[in-house]
Design a protein around this ligand. Structure first.
Ligand code: FMN
Length: 321
């Protein structure tokens, strides 16, 4: 399947793995890049030195292009973004996925190094902004998505065709994507490929605890919750005891809720969940698409089956109507 995205990034299939905190390590990025585009999550590494090591590990595991995700978060003690960007440039990483706030500050350096930038955002206006500052593509993240869906709450059946109507640069559909049906539907709505998060966690190649994969397989589409809305930092997470506790505080405190009130449930919990499998310790991002995930295949089998079934949907089911 040749699309503007496979051409832009020089990849075989139009399937991307989005950056995921404490999931997007070299093992997963390389496995996805062998067929599509995998992504190392920059902030999980934290320092430029550690990111350089992780990039080198990934380069040993695949000779295909892979991306590094840079998530720009509001923070009192921000990470060394200039240092992380420099490491990405020095290592010859060909693609960067940006997310969070507008990446304009770092675009000139990335573009000068010949790096392609795909910005992930949750609205048409932010997609247009990304286009206007020179991003090469966008990942349009609908309300369904795991992680931060923004505050507009527009699902992909509306958001993707709206993006198609307005954008000139290519975009991939993100949020709620799991299988060949997602891919073909996303292409029908105007996307040039798809980005998946939650689906890629439930694979044999994802370097996370088995409990995390099992939690996704066992979850239904009804099991995610939106937290931190009153802080304008909405996150879609899988429900658990910590999330219930957090939501009780949100209910009791209303607009008076401050980040410090919920710090126990959200700060620093990822290593314990993703690596130790202590699932009830805090809130972790997960998409509604968990309801469509019922197995834990290898990344290779997952992508192969998506491409085979996409062919059958397009050439048999759709062409028979
Ligand atoms: C556990 C988890 C952690 C994530 N961490 C990040 C992150 O650090 N930076 C980022 O840009 N997106 C992050 N995301 C969002 C994904 O890259 C992707 O946009 C999203 O998962 C797509 O929705 P889906 O889960 O329905 O496929 C995360 C998602 C999950 C599930």
């Amino acid at each position: 399947m040749k699309t503007k995205i496979t051409e832009l990034f020089g990849i075989e299939h139009p399937i991307i793995q989005g950056g995921m905190h404490h999931v997007g390590f070299a093992e997963l990025a390389a496995a996805v890049s062998n067929a599509g585009l995998g992504t190392i999550t920059g902030l999980t590494q934290g320092t430029p030195e550690k990111l350089a090591n992780e990039i080198a590990r990934c380069q040993e595991m695949t000779n295909k292009p892979f991306a590094v995700n840079l998530t720009f978060l509001p923070s009192l003690t921000p990470p060394d973004y200039p240092g992380l960007v420099q490491v990405i440039i020095d290592a010859g990483v060909p693609i960067v996925e940006t997310a969070g706030r507008n990446p304009a500050e770092y675009l000139p350096a990335l573009k000068e190094a010949g790096i392609k930038v795909i910005h992930k955002c949750t609205s048409v206006r932010h997609s247009l902004k990304a286009q206007s500052i020179g991003c090469d593509a966008v990942s349009v993240d609908g309300f369904e998505c795991g992680g931060h869906p923004g505050e507009d709450d527009i699902p992909n059946f509306i958001l993707l065709p709206r993006a198609a109507d307005e954008l000139e640069i290519p975009f991939v559909a993100s949020g709620g994507m799991a299988d060949a049906r997602s891919l073909v539907a996303a292409m029908a709505l105007g996307a040039e490929g798809m980005n998946m998060g939650t689906r890629f966690i439930a694979t044999q190649d994802a370097p996370v605890h088995q409990n995390v994969k099992d939690a996704i397989v066992n979850a239904s589409e009804l099991d995610t919750r939106l937290i931190m809305r009153s802080l304008t930092n909405t996150e879609r997470v899988l429900n658990n005891d910590a999330v219930e506790r957090l939501m009780e505080k949100e209910k009791a405190l209303g607009d008076k809720l401050r980040f410090e009130d919920i710090v126990d449930e959200v700060a620093g919990v990822y290593p314990k969940i993703m690596h130790e499998g202590t699932m009830e310790v805090g809130a972790w991002s997960c998409g509604m698409v968990a309801g469509l995930v019922s197995d834990i295949p290898t990344v290779k089998d997952l992508i192969d089956s998506i491409m085979t079934e996409a062919d059958s949907i397009i050439n048999k089911r759709l062409s028979n109507f």
